[in-house]
Design a binder for this molecule. Structure first.
Ligand code: SF4
Length: 730
């Protein structure tokens, strides 16, 4: 029998449907080859040579563009039969799929079991047209379909997903190193909900055999002993209390003991929360969607805001963390509703990790209505763009605007197209700013970057970042808190200054990188969205950043503004703007140069690698007074007699401090220093007894090596590295 070639679309998560199909093929001893085109090139030669029995792919409708390109490509290589499966086949008209992808067969519903039978018959050149759930074109080109296909009863089905060939490293990370892995477990399928915006993978909830799920979890722990724990990935993990009890009892008995998280609907029996907690569940995800009961009712969500609050409260009492998902732009939503949802989140301190704009997905009620209302004029074009529309990052970074200020996805709400996105962003800004205050690391030490997780009180260390707002991931509870360096010195003074100066000003933001994004997504200095005039950036294909135009420097003269705020700028931007006649006093730094110096020092000290940016000698000299308490009359010796130390010495002298000598391994220095202090070899420096030796080079490694050498050669000398002197806590 020839192999079947199966290709997975580009996915952010593991291809679970395909993993089940592969497991079934393995069980039936059907040879297959799996490819992930992100890693493996298409085996064009083998396809041309007719080495495959058939070629298939499948997945969600968001992969429409992939399917289109993939099938077009393979069709051009051979006449091997092409097959499409997965949820995409159930929510789009068959006519459209056949005409757009040119496939020969479509599998409706769950393909396991039937696919093996199909391939066996195909290999034997037997008739396949009586197989349930199969669609094909007959010899006249007419579409035929055996639409009636029974749901697979996975509670009686003995197959677990086949992950071993699905590039596990890509999805799960390396077995030895991944401490953060929450291993995905698909212990059930489907949802009993009927939300207007959703097309669950399968209607109706069925759980797999508990013993099979536990076995899969045990194998996962053997393969990934260092992993954090598990994520139960189905849309909803349990729909009844007894299902949770069965799973939790089996999990406890198994002795696996890893923490886990899951998803629940807000209308579940709240007793479930204690049951989950007792079995090690630490975190539950819930779709809240809206803070308005009329909107929730209209979307057939099956929950009320009261239920949401009761759920959070009960989870809190049980000791389980809850995060929610929110959706803006729903049918019937007005500006007031959107603001009401933000109020609901803020007033009740509801932590939500997923914010999105409504997307009309095929198969949903809102998609059907959008088609009827003529909101989707070109269905194929719409489906081709679906992948980009799914990019919910847009809510966080303003990318949704792209080329046009107008809202360019389907708007099913009551808010005018021209207002919807800015109304949502305004409320997102309120929520983000609230989260920054509420869910921030407690007792945070900005010098070490450590603080307590606001959710579970574990110690968390944030990665060193040149940006003033940093996400703090807690490896214990898996929640994400924030750190706002504008609350701490030295940025707190900058924040005070900016709050005072920017009040009521019309602001041009220089740049549209991470710092500009932070300004737009958070209200850090009491600046309202309407105060921003534009963003200055180099040539770009985009015209807008958030709701403001992107302009070039040359356009600044045509604009009315009060200040230019340097957000993502290079050090010489200020000079360049001044040289164009822009008054110095209208140019403000978001981050003072000392901030970048400090980050550079911290980076060097933490990594022990070469500094990204040497500490500015002037800054260092000024800071030394504070950090080391150096004062006029102190005996200071610098090492080596290199450019950098010489510059530090000159700055110290300007501050009225005397540099007694330099220590250098080259007799008489390197011809760089022409001042009055002598340059001594380490062995000659014994007479400097009692002087403070300061080792200053742009490289931390060189600094540490020289410090060790001097300490060894001048007993009792206690030399200090410049970075350590400036940042003693590192
Ligand atoms: S949104 Fe959630 S609850 Fe509603 S149908 Fe979809 S999966 Fe089910």
């Amino acid at each position: 029998m020839k192999k079947v070639l199966i290709a997975s679309p580009k996915l952010s998560g593991p291809p679970v449907g395909i993993a089940y199909v592969l497991a079934d093929l393995k069980k039936h001893h059907i040879p297959y080859e799996y490819i992930d085109l992100e890693f493996t090139p298409l085996p064009e030669e083998a396809i041309r040579a007719g080495e495959y029995l058939c070629i298939g792919s499948g997945g969600m409708v968001g992969s429409w563009k992939f399917f289109h390109e993939f099938f077009a490509k393979v069709k051009g290589l051979s006449d091997t039969p092409l097959i499409l499966g997965g949820p995409v086949t159930s929510c789009i008209q068959l006519e459209l799929i056949f005409s757009q992808f040119g496939v020969d067969y479509i599998f409706l519903g769950e393909a396991e079991k039937r696919f093996a039978e199909f391939l066996t018959r195909l290999d034997r050149q037997e008739d396949v047209t009586d197989l349930p759930g199969l669609a094909w074109r007959n010899s006249d080109g007419v579409i035929m379909a055996n639409r009636h296909v029974r749901r697979l009863d996975i509670s009686k089905y003995d197959v677990s997903p086949e992950w071993t060939e699905v590039h596990v490293e890509r999805h799960f990370g390396s077995a030895s190193a991944n401490h953060n892995l929450d291993y995905p477990i698909y212990h059930a399928r489907g949802c009993i909900g009927n939300c207007t915006f959703c097309f669950p993978l399968y209607h109706g909830f069925t759980a797999r055999k508990t013993e099979l799920v536990i076995l899969e979890m045990q194998k996962a722990v053997e393969a990934y002993p260092h992993m954090w724990g598990f994520s139960l990935m189905n849309e909803t993990s349990f729909v009844r209390l007894d299902q949770a009890v069965e799973f939790c009892e089996a999990y406890k008995l198994s002795g696996i003991g890893k923490p886990w998280n899951c998803c629940l609907k807000g209308n579940i029996d709240l007793q479930i929360l204690q049951v989950l907690k007792d079995a090690g569940c630490v975190h539950v995800f819930m779709g809240i969607e809206s803070g308005n009961d009329d909107i929730l009712k209209r979307m057939r969500k099956g929950i009320t805001t009261k239920m949401v609050l009761e759920f959070y409260k009960a989870a809190n009492l049980a000791g389980i963390l809850t995060t929610g998902a929110i959706m803006f732009g729903s049918e019937g939503e007005t500006e007031k509703h959107i603001q009401g949802t933000a109020d609901f989140i803020i007033e009740n301190d509801l932590y939500c990790t997923f914010f999105s704009m409504v997307t009309a997905y095929p198969g949903t009620a809102i998609y059907q209505r959008a088609l009827r209302r003529g909101l989707i004029s070109d269905e194929v074009a719409y489906l081709s763009n679906l992948e980009e529309l799914q990019c919910e990052q847009g809510l966080h970074n303003g990318l949704l605007y792209g080329k046009t200020k107008n809202y360019d996805r389907i708007n099913v709400s009551e808010v005018d197209d021209s207002r919807l996105y800015s109304v949502v962003m305004q409320q997102m800004r309120r929520i983000n700013t609230h989260y920054l205050e509420k869910f921030t690391l407690q007792n945070f030490d900005p010098d070490t970057g450590s603080g307590e997780c606001p959710f579970c009180a574990s110690q968390v260390k944030v990665p060193l970042s040149p940006f003033p707002l940093v996400k703090a991931f807690c490896s214990q509870c898996r929640m994400i808190a924030s750190v706002n360096y504008f609350q701490y010195s030295p940025l707190s003074r900058q924040a005070e200054m900016l709050s005072a100066v920017l009040r009521d000003k019309n602001i041009v933001v220089y740049g549209r990188g991470e710092n500009a994004r932070i300004l737009r997504t958070h209200n850090l200095f009491g600046v309202e969205q309407g105060q921003y005039v534009c963003h200055v950036d180099g040539p770009t294909k985009d015209h807008y950043y958030f709701e403001n135009p992107i302009v070039s420097i040359g356009d600044l003269g045509k604009l009315k503004y009060d200040v230019i705020l340097l957000a993502d700028a290079v050090p010489w931007t200020r000079k360049m703007l001044s040289s164009r006649g822009i008054p110095e006093e209208t140019i403000l730094d978001l981050l003072p140069p000392e901030w970048m110096q400090r980050i550079s020092c911290l980076y060097s000290a933490q990594t022990g690698t070469l500094q990204l940016l040497p500490v500015d000698p002037g800054f260092a000299a000024h800071a030394l007074g504070g950090a080391c308490g150096l004062k006029s009359g102190d005996r200071i010796v610098l090492a080596p007699a290199g450019r950098y130390a010489i510059s530090v010495a000159e700055n110290l002298e300007e501050l009225g401090l005397d540099v007694l000598a330099f220590i250098d391994n080259a007799k008489g220095g390197r011809g760089l220093y022409h001042g009055k202090a002598p340059i001594l070899l380490p062995m000659e420096a014994g007479e400097l007894d009692g002087a403070q030796i300061l080792v200053a080079t742009p490289s931390i490694r060189a600094m540490q090596e020289l410090r060790m050498q001097i300490a060894a050669e001048i007993p009792g000398s206690s030399p200090i590295c410049l970075v350590e002197a400036l940042f003693p806590k590192i």
